[in-house]
Ligand binder design. Structure first.
Ligand SMILES: C[S@@+](CC[C@H](N)C(=O)[O-])C[C@H]1O[C@@H](n2cnc3c(N)ncnc32)[C@H](O)[C@@H]1O
Length: 272
């Protein structure tokens, strides 16, 4: 396993995923106590002065976010989380999905994260130590998310793999379908990179073929998809989106394309 999210933390893809994740948590909390399951949790907290500074991805993502003005409220919600963990100003630290969710837990809510890489799992445990209702687990997040989802009613699941293995698309689609088939009130959000359209279409077709519920695709492309070796954009594919998801997704994707994209950037939000 070579993937290290610390190189990518705070990039444009994290901004899109995390702004929508915060909205999804809030939307699902309106229905009562919420369990959030994170199949690929990562470290929970990232120091951008290390790997992040070398990759410079945060510079084009969270640093631009914090320098921007007139942010829509869904984007402002993420900026406020970043500001809260950097009380001295600047952007030295960036929160991952586990910490963002942990901050939002109310009495009766739970966060259950899975991280396969043991040293990263230890960091995750450390990052979550202040939240007794947030759990850090090891092991394979695909299989375990399906099992964990059975212990909750109407959970919210984030599936956010590195996509370094050829079967990550198939396993993401199968995991999302298995969870929603078992509980039609679950919401599953799968993050995917946009490199070439054929791979992305194949993934969407697989989710569609499972026929488990409505699907909303929220994508932002930073540039035309001319170089399939590069991450030119990304998408959050939401199975069983809560009411209002389409509007929220438009706000977030439009902002990401307009503020973080190159010339020719565009956003698209559509139902499958
Ligand atoms: C993209 S990162 C997760 C980022 C995190 N969700 C966030 O938004 O802050 C993917 C993580 O999944 C871990 N991973 C890879 N394969 C896994 C698997 N089968 N089960 C659980 N974790 C896995 C990697 O070690 C990496 O830390």
């Amino acid at each position: 396993m070579n993937y290290r999210h610390s190189f990518h933390a705070g990039n444009f893809a994290d901004i899109l995923k995390h702004a929508l994740l915060l909205w999804l948590v809030q939307a699902r909390q309106a229905a009562g106590p919420l369990t959030v399951i994170d199949s690929h949790a990562g470290a929970g907290l990232y120091d951008l002065s290390g790997d992040g500074a070398r990759s410079r991805e945060a510079e084009a993502g969270v640093e631009r976010l914090m320098a921007s003005r007139d942010r829509p409220s869904l984007i402002e919600a993420l900026a406020a989380e970043v500001a809260a963990i950097n009380p001295e100003g600047g952007v030295e630290l960036y929160p991952g999905s586990p910490l963002l969710v942990a901050h939002r837990l109310r009495t009766g809510d739970r966060y259950v994260g899975f991280e396969m890489n043991p040293p990263v799992r230890d960091l995750l445990e450390q990052a979550l130590s202040a939240w007794p209702s947030a759990q850090a687990n090891g092991g394979d997040g695909y299989d375990q998310a399906v099992v964990a989802a059975r212990t909750a009613r109407g959970p919210l699941i984030l599936i956010d793999p590195p996509f370094e293995r050829p079967d990550d698309y198939v396993r993401s689609a199968e995991t999302a379908a298995a969870i929603v088939r078992a509980d039609r009130t679950a919401t599953v959000a799968v993050w995917t990179p946009l490199k070439d359209l054929e791979t992305f279409d194949g993934f969407i077709r697989r989710i569609e073929a499972a026929k488990v519920g409505p699907v909303l695709v929220a994508e932002a492309r930073l540039r035309p998809l001319t170089n399939p070796m590069k991450m030119n954009g990304c998408a959050l594919v939401i199975v069983n989106p809560p009411e209002g998801a389409e509007v929220a997704a438009r706000v977030v994707c439009d902002w990401v394309a307009a503020v973080l994209g190159d010339e020719g950037a565009r956003a698209a939000v559509w139902q499958v």
